[in-house]
Design a protein around this ligand. Structure first.
Ligand code: PEP
Length: 244
């Protein structure tokens, strides 16, 4: 079975001004030839500037969302082709903050992922249960249901990455136990149509817990929010992934 690629992906969410590109430059200097993929997903306003700042480095740039259509009357939205044109290689889709704040369904996520693939982007599709769903014993039902409904036709390891992000662990400082992460990642590995798809864990990954998380089978990397904003913190997480 081919190995999945290791990936450390940073989600800057709605954080970052042009001055913060120095963090991306510092990271590029620290990892001239990393043993894993390194991706930064800044807000849309910084994608082109970050791609320019990282030109010639090993680091990649991605978006945080895209529209399912290529162009048209969709004020405020950005198409996958526009992201690619700005220098993005990946796009995060179906993050729980978008599912909650913008009512995005898995069917919409699948349509966006289809558009991303059409533009040559790798879609990072986010899945995860709420605390109430976990407490009700529905974690695997929810996550595997989201997987089935969010994956477009033609999804494979070359164009799709899966990020398991329990909603209750995002930005809270709480992380699941090793066994809880392993249970979901093992089930995802069984369920994905291409066994070489990278499976990322996301939710309060920090320099202090990264090595332990990366030691879990079927965890191929992380989607990191708060700890990706500073090159020193994200660099420590990348070093842990490199070593795993
Ligand atoms: C995220 O935004 O995808 C995330 C995992 O955030 P944090 O690392 O801050 O929990």
């Amino acid at each position: 079975m081919p190995n999945a690629c290791k990936l450390a992906a940073g989600n800057w969410k709605m954080n970052g001004l042009r001055a913060d590109l120095l963090e991306a430059r510092a990271l590029a200097r620290a990892f001239p030839s990393p043993g894993c993929g390194i991706l930064l997903c800044p807000p849309a306003t910084l994608i082109a500037g970050m791609a320019e700042a990282l030109r010639g480095s090993a680091l990649m740039v991605g978006g945080q969302d895209c529209h399912a259509r290529e162009s048209g009357a969709h004020t405020g939205d950005i198409s996958a082709r526009m992201l690619a044109d700005a220098g993005a290689r990946h796009v995060i889709l179906g993050h729980s903050e978008r599912r909650a704040d913008h009512g995005e369904s898995s069917a919409e996520v699948a349509a966006k992922a289809h558009a991303a693939h059409g533009a040559g982007l790798v879609a990072i599709i986010c899945l995860g249960e709420t605390e109430a769903e976990r407490d009700a014993g529905r974690t695997l039902d929810v996550v595997l249901g989201q997987l089935q409904d969010s994956l477009p036709q033609g999804a494979g390891a070359a164009n799709t990455v899966i990020a398991y992000e329990p909603v209750w662990a995002i930005g809270t400082g709480r992380t699941p136990t090793r066994d809880q992460i392993a249970e979901v990642h093992d089930a995802l590995r069984d369920a994905v149509p291409d066994k070489a798809m990278s499976l990322l864990y996301g939710g309060s990954v920090k320099p202090g817990n990264a090595a332990e998380i990366f030691a879990i089978a079927n965890v191929d990397g992380a989607l990191v929010g708060g700890a990706s904003l500073k090159a020193s913190d994200f660099g420590a997480i990348i070093t842990a992934l490199d070593a795993a």
